[in-house]
Design a binder for this molecule. Structure first.
Ligand SMILES: Cc1cc2nc3c(=O)[nH]c(=O)nc-3n(C[C@H](O)[C@H](O)[C@H](O)COP(=O)(O)O)c2cc1C
Length: 390
């Protein structure tokens, strides 16, 4: 039985019955003025981040047990039930999907619809996009008690980000980026992280990372592709390595992580603290648990065996988590599609039925898995016969 408490207008599940104070939410204060005044909340941030300590970023990272395997931010993809599924299968930290800071700061409805968490959902990065330091701070105040980093999205390359002037389009206005990071780093009680893309010229990327570090950023996640780079292109791990060597704060690598061998290769090549994965997790949320999609096993490659887990099992687990932690139906549908893609390709009639189905229910979604299973086809996930320890 789930006990759900609505605090601060978004949903925090399974709370212990303790009372903690939460920052005043309605106005932006000068640094520290109204810290911890007035509002009650029942979910604490255990740590207190010490800005005065030069080793703050590392002390914090160590306190979080140095997570290596991280779920990347995914709009309509890295919501609470999916994060919890990935955590069950080895993810050691996770990002929320990108949240628009202005809408988050202004709209209760948006907050309650788009952000939820629970006690086990840690370490957690809450990611915002935006280009106004005050508004970004207003949004960040609301989640700082529920996360381990407030993250700024500096990597979104999509047209909507160009129109809204956020994400990777802020690479054209580095003074503004600096002011965003400074504002959060000076005012929040949790550290600030940034997710960036690389510039076409390596030295520009290095300068960029140093600027973020100097502005108070405590962790940089580097997606090793340029703003114009396509996901199909190989991510530039050498550029990520150069960033790692140029800054003193923890660095996370992103791009081309499809299975645990990629994780090991990426850590060895770049020297970073951890890696994060997006697209491959949508297909296989058990990736960090050592499960590998057959797609990434070469013809004739030896050394793998059936992991006794298939995507039907994962869909069922995911749906149970969605029943416990409700999210929008379109998110659920897109995950079910993502995980069952291969099954649907071989049984298009079941997919077509799904496509035309109105009034979706959990019962119906479970029955889709049952029907696919009844056809007797399996697309197992594989494990290495001996998986070396990371
Ligand atoms: C469905 C989807 C949604 C995404 N949404 C976000 C987002 O909200 N914020 C963000 O910084 N990156 C987002 N990304 C980019 C990923 O976090 C990641 O940087 C990119 O996919 C490269 O990693 P990969 O090679 O493991 O897929 C998204 C990617 C996908 C596939």
């Amino acid at each position: 039985m789930t006990s759900t408490n609505s605090v601060s207008t978004f949903t925090i599940h399974n709370q212990p019955h303790k009372t903690y104070r939460l920052r005043h939410l309605t106005t932006i204060s000068p640094p520290y003025r109204h810290r911890n005044r007035g509002y009650t909340c029942i979910y604490p941030t255990e740590h207190q981040y010490l800005r005065s300590d030069d080793n703050g970023p590392w002390a914090h990272w160590i306190k979080l047990k140095q997570p290596k395997l991280i779920v990347a931010p995914m709009y309509d993809g890295s919501e609470l039930p999916f994060r919890m599924l990935c955590r069950k299968y080895g993810a050691e930290a996770a990002y929320t999907p990108m949240l628009h800071s202005r809408t988050f700061a202004e709209s209760k409805k948006f907050r309650s619809r788009e952000f939820s968490t629970c006690e086990e959902d840690r370490p957690l990065f809450v990611q915002f996009c935006g280009n106004d330091p005050d508004i970004l701070l207003e949004a960040a105040y609301q989640v700082e008690s529920f996360c381990d980093y407030v993250d700024i999205n500096l990597g979104c390359p999509q047209r909507i980000a160009r129109t809204g002037n956020y994400g990777a389009f802020l690479m054209d206005d580095l003074p503004l980026v600096k002011s965003l990071v400074e504002k959060l780093a000076t005012n929040l009680t949790v550290p600030v992280s940034c997710k960036i893309r690389i510039f076409p010229v390596l030295q520009d990327t290095i300068n960029y990372a140093k600027l973020l570090e100097d502005a108070g950023c405590s962790l940089i996640a580097v997606h090793g592709r340029t703003r114009e780079g396509r996901t199909r292109e190989r991510a530039d791990w050498d550029a990520i390595k150069s960033v790692k060597n140029a800054v003193k704060i923890p660095v996370i690598a992103n791009g081309n992580i499809r299975h645990l061998d990629d994780v090991q290769n990426c850590l060895a090549t770049t020297g970073v603290e951890g890696v994060m994965s997006a697209e491959a997790l949508l297909d296989n949320p058990a990736l960090f648990g050592g499960f590998r999609s057959g797609e990434w096993i070469l013809d004739g490659e030896d050394g793998f065996e059936d992991g006794k887990l298939d995507r039907g099992d994962l869909v069922v687990e995911y749906l149970k988590l969605c029943e416990k932690y409700p999210v929008r139906w379109n998110i659920i549908i897109s995950h079910v599609y993502g995980m069952l893609r291969k099954w649907f390709e071989t049984h298009p009639d079941i997919r077509d039925d799904f496509n035309v189905k109105r009034d979706l229910s959990f019962e119906y979604l479970y029955s889709v898995v049952d029907r696919l299973r009844a056809r007797g086809v399996r697309f197992p996930l594989y494990v290495k016969k001996t998986e070396t320890q990371l």
